[in-house]
Design a protein around this ligand. Sequence first.
Ligand SMILES: Nc1ncnc2c1ncn2[C@@H]1O[C@H](COP(=O)(O)OP(=O)(O)O)[C@@H](O)[C@H]1O
Ligand SMILES: [Mg+2]
Length: 443
Amino acid sequence: MKLHFQLNIAFTTLLLVIMSVTGFVIYSLILDLLIQDEKAELNQKGELLVQILNQENLQPSVEHISGFLQDQNLQLMLYDRSQNKVLDSTMPKQVVDELLLDNDFSNMGKELWGLGNNKYVTSRILMYPESTGLELILLTPLNELQAVQQDFIKKLFIVFIIGAIAAVIISYIFTNKLVTPLTRLKWQLKKIEKREFDKLEPINATGEIKEVEKSVFEMADELQRYMKSQQQFFQNASHELKTPLMTIQGYAEGIRDGVFDKEEKGKGLEVMVTEVHRLKKIINEMILLAKLDSDQSSYQPGNVNLKEIVDQVLDRALPITNEKEIRILHEVDETLDVHVDPEKLLRALLNITFNGIRHANSKVVINVRQINRMITISIEDDGEGIDKELMPQIFHRFIKGNKGETGLGLAIARAIVQQSGGNITVGTSELGGAKFIVAFSEK
Ligand SMILES: Nc1ncnc2c1ncn2[C@@H]1O[C@H](COP(=O)(O)OP(=O)(O)O)[C@@H](O)[C@H]1O
Ligand SMILES: [Mg+2]
């Protein structure tokens, strides 16, 4: 069921419940109120009548009172307590007799007198002087009050109906205002689903819906960025794989067709072997990157002493440093441990160090130290440094510059460092070359 209807039904039900409860409470209170009010009015009228009688005649006689009472447009009776007898009444004699029969006139506390199915609200006033034992009793039939009650309830019902209609209309307008942005948001999500990012339009919303809209648009941006980077990755990857393949194909066909002399043939085979190695390296690095992205289970962390890791880096680098006459200087705080996968961290540090060796003029410097609560590994060289334009995307896949190979080494290093909970940054070294810093926060 649509949210719009659900909200309207919920609101209308709530309204009906509130109205029914209110109606019931008013219905049950109104008769009591009417009775109290009627009694007070009867009392007032009675007092007034007695006053008038007393003024006109200091020693009221029954005849005089009777004459006076008959002139009043009221239902009343003159009652003699001492004789338990109604001396006179404006009501039919039969009714008075039945009242006398059905009710205990001596019980002053009883407010309602019964007569068959009907009831009477009564008010009793003693005549002055009290010694006469005369009492004026004023009566109003309860069904007159009940008629007033019914009438009141009818009007109340009409007011409730009008109120309910107005409330339902207002509820409809409000829920519409609430639901419309949600519907618009749904359309935007549909566009995202169809990857129509350029067709996205902002929706007019406030509060929580606005926040959801913000998150949805951020998500769409992120998705778009991700798709672009994937696209870029495949383009770059196919380009990187195609170039060596075409070189190999060219030489292979040349050798097959016998277009090369002996020397060229030897050189061709040399190039083919080099290119095959390069292809293997690219494919291996792509597989490693894909694994780092998707396979968390291959990451097996443990306590790693950084001195040991740096020693391993130095051992592996020894053949090339000797060949290229590059020195690696290092200063390592031997006490520092981190909780990472040792194989992976070694791989990341090797990638950075080998880059440094390749670009250095004479030396690479490795420092491992703790600054405040951060453990940092810095690797810098005295080479030409990284191109300014390349710097912002140096960790992206297939980004390579001067003396570049696959362009995947730093992407792998970053993926490993991030998987290890660390952070990698690049800058310029005081030695003139590039400076990479891998940082882990102390546990
Ligand atoms: N120490 C460095 N000094 C200068 N340039 C560097 C250094 N390290 C990396 N680079 C640049 O960054 C690029 C990307 O490095 P990397 O991802 O390791 O790929 P690759 O080494 O295969 O080219 C390199 O091609 C190189 O241009
Ligand atoms: Mg590299």
